[in-house]
Ligand binder design. Structure first.
Ligand SMILES: *Cc1c(COP(=O)(O)O)cnc(C)c1O
Length: 398
């Protein structure tokens, strides 16, 4: 354990971050012409030299590339990198985090099955469950996964346990090792959305979770210029996705997006160290400001589940005090921008008050009691003093 500037104990140092991610700096296989940077194979198909070569791939005797909706070398390089970072046997890239989640979930549930999901799950996953899976008679029990007894009560007979540590918008922490072992006892497959922590700060497979999903659009890409997703897990679990959903949903990762991800990920350890530092500095200052009622940052949680987090990213939330006018506060910001995504270099906010206006059937925020004073805050890579001046100025003006 070492203490960060803010006094919060974290179990990872900048040195550990770099040392734990050597896969980022070396190609996973031979590179044509020994190029230092992985080349992009911007091609939709691959040709065959003979009849026997094409027959071999159809018969499964050869692993040659066929068509880029299935496999592509640039995409495979990205998949190999994610597998290495997560400690997984295999990974599969997708054209979005949501595509990855949909393919993974649909591969493991059948008509009439039941899912147990953490409350305050990412809103589009709430919509996937409530709108699309509902058509196939799949039901969902939402639980406060911070309380393993609540999960244990509904696990028997369920097919899938769906986690996100910490959760979206309010950043509730769960004990993923305890939940994974509980699920294993009942033969329930576990899946986790690990976008918040990245593989550098949380490796769920090492804690017994079966499948890890990332919205690579966020920290992995890291530059607000790509939408992508990935699922990692055992060979068997990924093979099931490859057999049942991946080829037919068509949500494949393009070579160009994979190349952008490979490029962005080379600085992942540096970026995550800085997001963590900046986030902790700002969380602490917000916590001491009289116009802030509450800071929702996993670093300040006392839940035992925090143990699987070796560090903290820059995404958290704060609740402004009753007398702060949210629209006025938002409009008074000069540097911090309004935008729904996160994980890039710029600092962004989303006011829950606006998200609470979504129609009921698409509104996990209202369902799970998110309050209109909550502001989601994605801390970027700027000088935190600059961001702080902007926040403090806008609070004073509201
Ligand atoms: C953005 C996000 C997703 C979805 O990723 P897309 O690439 O936008 O489809 C999933 N989970 C979390 C926690 C996210 O923030």
């Amino acid at each position: 354990m070492n203490k960060h500037a803010s006094g919060v104990a974290v179990s990872i140092s900048d040195h550990d971050l770099i040392a734990g991610s050597t896969a980022l700096f070396a190609p996973t296989g031979p590179v044509p012409f020994n190029a230092a940077s992985p080349p992009i194979f911007q091609t939709s198909l691959f040709t065959f030299e003979s009849y026997s070569a094409i027959e071999d791939v159809f018969a499964g005797r050869s692993q040659d590339f066929i068509y880029s909706r299935g496999n592509n070398p640039t995409v495979a390089e990205f998949e190999g990198l994610i597998a290495a970072l997560e400690g997984a046997e295999a990974a599969r890239g997708f054209s979005s985090g949501t595509g990855a989640i949909t393919a993974a979930v649909l591969a493991f549930v059948e008509k009439g099955d039941r899912i147990v999901a953490v409350r305050n799950v990412y809103n589009d996953v709430y919509c996937l469950f409530g709108k699309l899976l509902r058509k196939f008679g799949v039901t969902v029990d939402y639980v406060d996964a911070a309380d393993p007894a609540q999960v244990a009560a509904v696990l028997p007979g369920a097919k899938l346990l769906y986690l996100e540590n910490p959760t979206s918008m309010v950043f509730e922490v769960q004990d993923i090792a305890a939940l994974a072992s509980l699920a294993r006892r009942y033969g329930v497959v576990t899946m986790i959305d690990n976008s918040w922590a990245t593989p550098l700060f949380q490796k769920p497979l090492l804690h017994g979770v079966d499948l890890v999903i990332h919205a690579a659009s966020k920290y992995l890409g890291g530059h607000s210029d790509t939408v992508a997703g990935v699922v990692a897990g055992s060979k068997d679990h990924i093979a099931r996705i490859n057999r049942t959903t991946y080829p037919y949903l068509g949500a494949k990762l393009s070579p160009f997006e994979a190349w952008l991800l490979l490029r962005g990920m080379r600085t992942l350890p540096l970026r995550m160290a800085q997001h963590m530092k900046n986030g902790l500095v700002l969380a602490e200052r917000l916590g001491n400001h009289p116009a802030i009622a509450r800071v929702r940052h996993p670093a300040f949680s006392d839940h035992p589940g925090k143990a699987s987090l070796r560090g903290f990213s820059g995404l958290f939330a704060f609740d402004v005090a009753e007398d702060i006018d949210v629209p006025r506060f938002v409009n008074a910001l000069k540097h911090v921008r309004l935008g729904v995504s996160w994980g890039g270099p710029e600092t962004l906010i989303v006011p829950a008050q606006a998200a609470l206006q979504l129609p009921d059937e698409s509104n996990s925020f209202r369902r799970f009691g998110v309050v209109d004073r909550t502001i989601r805050f994605a801390v970027g890579l700027e000088d935190p003093d600059l961001v702080w001046q902007d926040l403090a100025g806008a609070l004073a003006a509201s």
